[in-house]
Ligand binder design. Structure first.
Ligand SMILES: Nc1ncnc2c1ncn2[C@@H]1O[C@H](COP(=O)(O)OP(=O)(O)OP(=O)(O)O)[C@@H](O)[C@H]1O
Ligand SMILES: [Mg+2]
Length: 272
């Protein structure tokens, strides 16, 4: 579903974030990405989403070389990005409206394409109900809690029926119980839909709960993907099991090891 081939990227003089980086994500897999702040997690999502262009190499999604954003890739950002003046219902329907105006291929077409309004309304209600916020549909984002707003942001993306879901620290601003509740929601969503997903997190437990594969990025240039297989994925109720704690400890060790290496590199003079 996603294939990164010899990907290279940097922001000007800041040193390489990715250098000849290769990664393959199969359809239906749920991946998480973890790594220290500034290591390139958001950059990776933006490259896959077609919002940034690689300096070298190729990004493919569904076999297609990505040169611009792709309509069937769904992106959920940390700060939910809801329009404050629109109700939750209108916000959730927004992407569908944009799609009517620009067409499913993202090309500008001033003539409204035919669409089944009733079917679309059902779809919006379906996802709002599924995420437990249909009763809030006439409220404005400022009238909702942060967890409810984040649910609305997810509903807005799922209404578009993406074939790939990218999420950048979607639950990081939430309190632990709400975060865990939404992680459960996403786990059961993945179980039902088998939608390919890539979720950035800085939370070790979240990486283990949401990722059947965990990509660990490092502060110094990412030239080799470090991927951890994780059969504890979706083990929400096993957070306190010795196996789960062991997996978290393993990730913690890798991340702390990287920090020491990059501190050494910084002392020697710079990134990469
Ligand atoms: N527009 C930009 N111009 C220059 N440098 C940038 C730009 N955007 C990001 N960077 C730099 O690129 C590096 C990677 O940024 P990125 O946002 O991908 O990190 P991240 O892993 O998502 O960090 P965080 O965990 O803090 O969100 C950082 O060093 C950052 O300062
Ligand atoms: Mg980021």
């Amino acid at each position: 579903m996603i294939s990164l081939e010899d990907l290279s990227f940097s922001h000007g003089d800041g040193g390489d974030i990715f250098k000849n980086f290769n990664l393959t994500i199969e359809p239906g897999e749920s991946w998480t990405v973890i790594g220290p702040s500034g290591c390139g997690k958001t950059t990776l999502l933006f490259l896959v989403a077609g919002l940034k262009k690689p300096l070298g190499g190729i990004v493919r999604v569904g076999g297609e070389k990505i040169q611009r954003p792709r309509p069937s890739t769904g992106l959920v950002l940390q700060d939910h990005g809801l329009l404050p003046w629109a109700t939750i219902y209108e916000n959730t329907r927004l992407g569908l409206k944009i799609r009517h105006y620009y067409g499913a291929d993202g090309k500008h077409s001033p003539v409204d394409v035919e669409f089944d309004r009733e079917k679309e309304e059902d779809r919006v209600h379906h996802w709002l109900s599924w995420l437990g916020i249909d009763h809030l549909k006439d409220m404005y984002p400022s009238q909702l809690s942060r967890g409810q707003r984040q649910r609305a942001a997810i509903a807005r993306t799922l209404v578009l029926e993406p074939d790939l879901l990218l999420m950048d620290e979607p639950f990081s601003a939430l309190d632990a119980p709400i975060r865990e509740e939404l992680q459960k929601v996403m786990n059961s969503f993945h179980k039902q839909s088998r939608l390919t997903s890539l979720t950035v997190t800085h939370d070790i437990e979240e990486a283990v709960v949401l990722g059947e594969k965990i990509l660990v990025l490092s502060e110094s240039c990412n030239s080799q993907a470090q991927v951890i297989d994780n059969h504890l994925f979706a083990a929400m109720d096993e957070r306190n099991s010795p196996e789960f704690r062991k997996k978290c400890a393993q990730l913690h060790e890798i991340l702390s090891g990287q920090r020491q290496i990059s501190r050494g590199a910084l002392q020697k003079g710079g990134r990469g």
